[in-house]
Design a protein around this ligand. Structure first.
Ligand SMILES: NC(=O)c1ccc[n+]([C@@H]2O[C@H](COP(=O)([O-])OP(=O)(O)OC[C@H]3O[C@@H](n4cnc5c(N)ncnc54)[C@H](OP(=O)(O)O)[C@@H]3O)[C@@H](O)[C@H]2O)c1
Length: 293
């Protein structure tokens, strides 16, 4: 089969493309960076170099594929983060229509059932709505949990202040996933036929924040690593001091409030997946320790 994969050699798209290539499929990978062409071709894929902001380029890159994988990459330069995400969704919808694609596996997020109050996830809600409006196109949204790999961004805080924290409590729940497990779920969906519009949650493990901190702390030789619940203002200050642009920091603080209130998990709790990803928190803790050391 022929697939087009957005997201370049990113956290999910690279392992996803490898699975598809190893299964004997023809894969086109979209990257905005011409210097990635060689690496993409070395993997055995075709490189489509251009931007997901360009509908004409997307149309050409999608044309002829049996199915495509869509995702919205982070863009910290966006003046309005939700609008940026929604616009990429509109670009995908337009290119899907004009290229005649009939099957789409789309990366979404837990919490995408909510239209607001979830930071960047509200943009993925908009993308789901945009793709669901496509007539005659089967769309499967993969609502991924909180990436374990987000915790790699806390290594600086641990090293400099010997704490870890965010604007939610140690008692908050986290439904987490490893990007590799999302790649496996996406590969499975792309290779099988499905109809209509639907979503499924992709989760590897579900724990309390206190459990996550204990497990990661133990892996780096700091079993008593304290979790600090920051105020929204402290969180915002920390992110902007670390160099995040204001609109991005604002949206991430809002996402933290959604974790604090527990609203991200309400639909997931009613529609839990039949199976979970194989990478458990303890597996990721080894990866975390390697990055820490
Ligand atoms: N973090 C979480 O907890 C979480 C939870 C649920 C869902 N998500 C979703 O997951 C996404 C991240 O997925 P990921 O980690 O697989 O992505 P990623 O590795 O961060 O990024 C994918 C790649 O997309 C390419 N790209 C960026 N801008 C582009 C453009 N304008 N045109 C073409 N390609 C472009 C970049 O590669 P090149 O430089 O080669 O172009 C980038 O490396 C988030 O943005 C969010 O939508 C995240």
């Amino acid at each position: 089969m022929k697939f087009t994969v957005t997201g370049s050699l990113g956290n999910i798209s690279q392992p996803l493309s490898k699975i598809l290539i190893n299964a004997g499929h023809q894969v086109t990978i979209i990257s905005s960076n011409p210097s990635k062409k060689q690496e993409i071709e070395k993997m055995g894929a075709k490189a489509a170099i251009g931007s997901i902001t360009d509908i004409g380029f997307l149309t050409k890159s999608f044309a002829g594929a049996d199915a495509i994988y869509t995702m919205v990459p982070p863009n910290f330069g966006a003046a309005n983060y939700r609008q940026y995400i929604a616009e990429i969704g509109k670009n995908y919808a337009a290119a899907i229509k004009s290229s005649g694609i009939t099957r789409v596996v789309n990366l979404s997020s837990i919490g995408a059932h909510l239209s607001q109050g979830t930071g960047p996830i509200a943009g993925l809600h908009d993308v789901e709505i945009e793709l669901n409006a496509l007539e005659g196109v089967a769309v499967k949204h993969l609502r991924a949990g909180f990436f374990y790999t987000n915790f790699l961004q806390d290594i600086g805080m641990i090293k400099s202040n010997n704490i870890i924290g965010n604007n939610y409590s140690a008692q908050a729940r986290l439904a987490m996933v490893h990007p590799k497990d999302i790649a496996e779920a996406a590969a499975q969906e792309l290779q099988q036929s499905f109809a209509g519009k639907s979503y499924q949650y992709v989760i590897s493990d579900e724990r309390k924040v206190s459990d996550v901190v204990k497990t990661l702390g133990t892996a780096i030789g700091k079993p008593a690593l304290p979790w600090v619940e920051f105020s929204d203002e402290q969180s915002f200050g920390g992110m902007t001091n670390a160099g995040l642009p204001v609109p991005v920091a604002e949206t991430f603080v809002e996402m933290g409030t959604a974790v604090r209130k527990g609203i991200l998990w309400t639909d997931y709790d009613q529609n839990k997946p039949k199976s979970y990803g194989k990478t458990k928190l303890e597996d990721f803790a080894n990866e975390f320790a390697e990055a820490f050391n």
